[in-house]
Design a protein around this ligand. Structure first.
Ligand SMILES: Nc1nc2c(c(=O)[nH]1)N[C@H]1C(S)=C(S)[C@@H](COP(=O)(O)O)O[C@H]1N2
Ligand SMILES: [Mo]
Length: 171
């Protein structure tokens, strides 16, 4: 069952990765909705201006993985997710600013440049495992802190929103 699920995800991933499909119509979530994207987006699946993603849909997008330390965890960890850039590309975002909102209603603006430069990662797995809410999941925006001192800064920590539930794209 798990194997078959993985195969389907890999297939969808390959399909979505082809350039002509990159910003194509969105699938609809069949599992629990982890992320809602609202606002200035072209590709929707839950009414006007709304795109919903379950884990399978997020995992079907091109994945990025990096190993880093964080100030909230011990030692090095592998974060796997979809870059904010790939994600907003998938919904055809037409805005210039991104507001990220957490389950506890913490909210922070993330500049579009953090999406386009590939640094901000919407992580859905830590060391291969999905993250519970208690473990700062199910979605945690992380940066490659260990790779450069510029990511070890208070403003980047403030953008490192865990328990992410919504992205609002505005002009
Ligand atoms: N979900 C959520 N993410 C969050 C916050 C929050 O309150 N809730 N605080 C942010 C801010 S402003 C900073 S500086 C760091 C704070 O991490 P700390 O509480 O471990 O110091 O996490 C960021 N991510
Ligand atoms: Mo902060």
């Amino acid at each position: 069952m798990i194997k078959r699920f993985a195969a389907v995800v890999a297939l969808v991933g390959a399909f979505m990765a082809s350039p002509t499909m990159a910003a194509g119509p969105l699938a609809e979530p069949t599992g629990e909705v982890l992320l809602t994207i609202t606002g200035e987006i072209a590709n929707t699946n839950a009414g006007e201006d709304v795109a919903e993603f379950d884990l399978a849909m997020l995992e079907a997008l091109p994945a990025t993985e990096y190993t880093t330390e964080t100030i909230w965890t011990e030692g090095e960890h592998v974060f796997r997710g979809v870059t904010l850039g790939e994600l907003i590309n998938a919904v055809g975002a037409e805005g210039s600013s991104i507001s990220a909102i957490a389950i506890n209603d913490y909210a922070i603006d993330i500049p579009m440049s953090d999406a386009t430069d590939g640094s901000a990662l919407v992580a859905y797995r830590l060391d291969g495992e999905t993250m519970s809410i208690r473990e700062k999941g199910p979605l945690w925006i992380v940066y490659p802190y260990s790779s450069d001192a510029k990511y070890r800064a208070e403003i980047i920590y403030a953008r490192s929103i865990w328990q992410l539930k919504e992205l609002e794209i505005s002009r």
